[in-house]
Design a protein around this ligand. Structure first.
Ligand code: F6P
Length: 355
């Protein structure tokens, strides 16, 4: 008999339920009634507060295409957990022991992996799955949720295209991603954006304006910018982390896109509008790619449980499923390399990064 706890943590994304179903079905196929699954509610908060219920295979039925997570989730900032490690990690450990779990299967992004590693260091058996619309987890080429979010974000840009054409305006579509720009880069290219601004490539507002003026000279009646919520200007890139925070705190705009819109109007005289799709990007049904990836990750995680091979994150490398040590993943970010093939493709097809 094996007792396994399932937990989803951090921001939700498409494919979480597909992954839970994949793990449960695979465990059940191989172990039948010798497996007991416990659903821990609302991420690490549930593990701390003892919110857990026994799950049956029926719970995993009909959820392949369902967005969100049937377990609920929460954000428990790693910094806070680490600062109060003695108390918080001990509480999680004592519930794990009280429930008699053999291991925890944790689905999450960057912060989640840092905490998962803390739990592993504290002696818990942990296996993780990479989920995030940001695709910024080190150690995997792809996380589930990303491709679905690309579809949603590109859909927004597609819709904006028709109204932008009609009104001869500049449109900014703000795409999620505070630290990394994969989602903006992919959806920007997929949606035919003219300018793409990423956190990894600080923009110069004059160069952005130049590229918009160039389009006007070419007879283009509108322009679309895909802007990551974490995009920064070259001036801001020169600031220390502390100075940057101070400067941004002074900003009266609700987000970077509104500041940009104002600057673009001043520099080019072109009417500019902002669209912020926000959490729409994380919502709805997972696309078929994510359903398949989440199911593959789920089956691979189940295999690790069966082999009692703990301390790993399942991952995708060169389109093959593998696993990487959790300690190597924790705390590392997979940013967009400035010299990657996709940036080159964008530049080759006349997309401006504002540099
Ligand atoms: O990490 C996923 C993500 O959607 C980011 O792209 C975004 O910056 C952030 O979460 C938003 O967080 P929250 O849902 O807590 O507002």
């Amino acid at each position: 008999m094996k007792k396994v706890g399932f937990l989803t943590s951090g921001g939700d994304c498409q494919g979480l339920n597909a992954a839970l179903r994949g793990i449960a079905k695979s465990l059940h196929t191989h172990m039948g009634s010798n497996i007991e699954i416990f659903g821990i509610q609302d991420g690490y908060r549930g593990l701390m507060e003892g919110l857990c219920h026994r799950m049956s295979m029926d719970d995993f039925s009909g959820i392949l295409t369902l967005g969100g997570t049937i377990l609920g989730t929460s954000r428990q900032p790693f910094k806070q957990i680490r600062a109060d490690k003695e108390n918080q990690v001990n509480r999680m450990k004592s519930n794990y022991q009280k429930w008699g779990l053999d291991c925890l299967v944790i689905l999450g992004g960057n912060g989640t992996h840092k905490t998962a590693n803390l739990l592993q260091e504290a002696g818990l058996h942990v296996i993780t799955l990479p989920k995030t619309i940001d695709n910024d987890l080190w150690g995997t080429d792809m996380s589930f949720g990303f491709q679905s979010a690309v579809e949603n974000a590109a859909y927004v840009i597609d819709c904006i295209h028709t109204t932008a054409t009609s009104h001869s305006r500049v449109f900014i579509v703000e795409i999620m991603g505070h630290k990394v720009g994969w989602l903006t880069l992919y959806s920007g290219i997929a949606g035919g954006a003219d300018v793409i601004l990423l956190p990894e490539i600080p923009y110069n507002i004059d160069r952005v304006a130049d590229s918009l003026r160039k389009r006007t000279r070419q007879g283009k009646r509108f322009s679309i910018l895909a802007v990551a919520e974490g995009a920064i200007s070259t001036d801001e890139a020169g600031l220390s982390k502390k100075q940057f925070k101070v400067e941004r705190a002074k900003m009266t705009y609700p987000s970077i896109s509104y500041r940009l819109a104002n600057e673009i109007e001043e520099l080019t005289g072109q009417e500019t509008r902002v669209t912020v799709p926000g959490h729409f990007q994380r919502g709805g049904s997972p696309c078929p790619y994510d359903r398949i990836l989440a199911t593959r990750f789920g089956a691979a995680a189940a295999e690790l449980v069966l082999q009692e091979k703990y301390g790993y994150m399942v991952s995708l490398k060169n389109n093959l499923i593998t696993h990487v040590p959790l300690k190597d993943v924790a705390g590392k970010l997979k940013s967009v390399p400035k010299d990657c093939e996709l940036i080159k493709t964008a530049l080759d097809t006349d997309i401006s990064f504002g540099v």
